[in-house]
Design a protein around this ligand. Structure first.
Ligand SMILES: [Ca+2]
Length: 541
């Protein structure tokens, strides 16, 4: 080394050895953190102010190493290599971390990359007590920045075909069907409208507009509004359907109430509902504006399932034990009711808390914000996506009476283990997610569906889901799938997209039509000020 300028020397040194930043205090886990066989997990991610607040981490290439095993990983050797494109600076970096605690995340980087064009990023890590793990992703270099392109290595490729490209939806949150053979798509806008797309055309008159019943929404970002719609399994005969929306409340100390209401279709026109037919089924006071859940779905048992958030704020701090673990509140639950009996409903006799302490409506508990869930049309399994707090997003296979852990757990990770102690609860009684991913990958999981359509045979049996965006400030939604490669073993993949183009959209939902085809519901800007919402058919390449 004969460099005479010290700063050049430092930069050269950094580029050669890279650096690693520990981001998390060690915790001692008492439950398995992961079903992964390997201990080390690598995620290559986009960095920006939103994640790091470190200006210089906007540049370069960054990966998070995660120790998902139950023991310390020692002598963790890592390397990052870039190949391809016009690369002027920052080809590789490597380093060693002496010790990684279970559940510890550490960011490793090539701090400065200067280049243009597509590049292949290979990150490898091994430890004295863990096998070599490699993750490969494609990136696009634009001078000082490197954008990670969609798609895991060896992932399937899909393309998106826009439906009614001229229409601009305001905060679309849901797309569903009536199951009546009409093949109409029902698109719900958070602002209170249910629209119909019939034979590819958006009808001028909404099916239903309940804007006047809603709380006043915050224009730029709100989690409240019209969030849920489900048609009765015998809709063709009885014309009944159900909605979930945020209405004002008069209860002291609460922000709004989430209302589950029944409507019926007009007797004259199948494309409009009868606005005067409303029957309130249930009202749930919510203390904060956020974490509203909102999914409604009829199960294969004919019961109505309802996703209710934990009441909002952050960290589930309402009440002495929060709401997720409080079996005497609807908040933080998936409820199950029988809307064909009773007034206004009956309780299915096999709900877990019938005849014992606990709210009879509860089907499963320990959720933070089960914003979207669905039943597999074939296996009838209930897949729920629970939006996480600050670190982990999760997918749960929901079963009668199970406890999914929030706020003791966030994904597979301890969040408030003291609460388990306080409740004298053994952590082994909690049901872990089938998959979780960190906030380095995305910020809010958007639950989807198991594909059971016919136009994309390669997608059959895969659970297709999304993430809203990996940053609040840019529309960087991602589309994923989860495949059960062996019983109980779920393999996650991010879809590759045709032409390698990032979506440049915030994803707000996945929708399903009568034949099992799936749709992406997304917007360019969150909020209801501008109508930037669009709908895309997801098609295998
Ligand atoms: Ca009870």
């Amino acid at each position: 080394m004969k460099k005479k300028i010290p700063s050049i020397l430092i930069i050269t040194l950094l580029l050669t050895i890279g650096f690693a930043v520990a981001e998390k205090q060690p915790v001692i886990p008492t439950v398995p953190l992961s079903t992964n066989n390997t201990t080390l997990q690598i995620e290559i991610m986009n960095r920006d102010f939103d994640v790091s607040y470190h200006f210089f981490q906007m540049f370069g290439v960054h990966a998070v190493l995660h120790n998902r095993g139950l023991v310390n990983a020692t002598a963790v050797h890592w390397s990052i290599n870039l190949k391809g494109g016009l690369l002027l600076l920052g080809k590789k970096a490597s380093g060693e971390i002496q010790n990684m605690f279970p559940d510890q995340s550490t960011i490793v980087s090539i701090p400065l990359v200067i280049g243009f064009g597509k590049t292949t990023i290979t990150v490898t890590a091994n430890a004295s007590n863990a096998n070599t793990t490699t993750t490969i992703r494609q990136g696009k270099m634009k001078g000082l920045t490197v954008l990670i392109l969609p798609g895991s290595e060896n992932a399937m490729t899909v393309h998106l075909e826009q439906i009614t490209s001229t229409s601009k939806f305001k905060s679309p949150v849901l797309l569903t069907n009536a199951g009546d053979g009409s093949n109409r798509l029902f698109v719900v806008e958070k602002t209170g409208q249910i629209n119909i797309i019939k034979n590819g055309t958006l009808l001028n008159t909404p099916f239903l507009d309940i804007a006047t019943k809603l709380v006043k929404l915050i224009p730029f970002y709100d989690e409240r509004g019209l969030l849920g719609l489900a048609f009765h399994p015998n809709y063709t005969i009885n014309g009944r359907f159900f909605v979930y929306y945020a209405a004002p409340t008069t209860t002291q100390g609460y922000d709004h109430q989430n209302v589950i209401a029944e409507y019926t279709v007009s007797t004259q026109n199948p494309d409009v509902a009868d606005p005067a037919s409303e029957k309130i089924i249930m009202s749930i006071d919510a203390p904060e504006f956020n974490h509203d859940g909102g999914q409604l779905a009829f199960g294969p048992d004919g019961m109505l399932y309802i996703g209710v958030g934990d009441g909002g704020g952050e960290g589930d701090q309402h009440g002495t034990i929060g709401n997720g673990q409080n079996i005497n509140t609807s908040l933080g639950k998936i409820l199950r009711i029988d809307v064909d009996h009773g007034t206004p409903y009956a309780i299915p006799s096999d709900n877990p808390f019938v005849g014992v302490n606990g709210l009879d409506e509860i089907y499963a508990y320990g959720f933070r914000n089960p914003y979207r869930f669905s039943f597999d049309m074939t296996t009838q399994q209930l897949f729920a996506a629970d939006v996480g707090q600050d670190k982990w997003e999760e997918i749960d296979l929901v079963e009668n009476g199970h406890n999914y852990g929030w706020r003791i757990m966030e994904g597979n990770h301890l969040y408030d283990p003291a609460l388990a102690e306080y409740l004298h609860m053994n952590l082994s009684t909690l049901t872990p997610p089938i998959y979780d991913y960190s906030h380095y990958v995305g910020h809010a999981i958007i639950g989807g569906y198991v594909y059971r359509g016919t136009l994309s045979p390669g997608l059959v049996g895969k659970y297709i889901f999304a993430d809203w965006s990996d940053t609040y400030f840019q529309p960087r939604g991602k589309l994923f799938y989860l495949e059960e490669t062996n019983p109980g073993s779920w393999q996650p993949m991010e879809f590759k997209l045709q032409n390698d183009k990032p979506l440049n959209l915030y994803i707000s939902a996945i929708g399903q039509d009568e034949s099992g085809e799936l749709y992406l519901i997304a917007e360019k800007l969150p909020g209801s000020v501008l109508g930037t919402g669009s709908i895309w058919h997801i098609v295998e390449d």
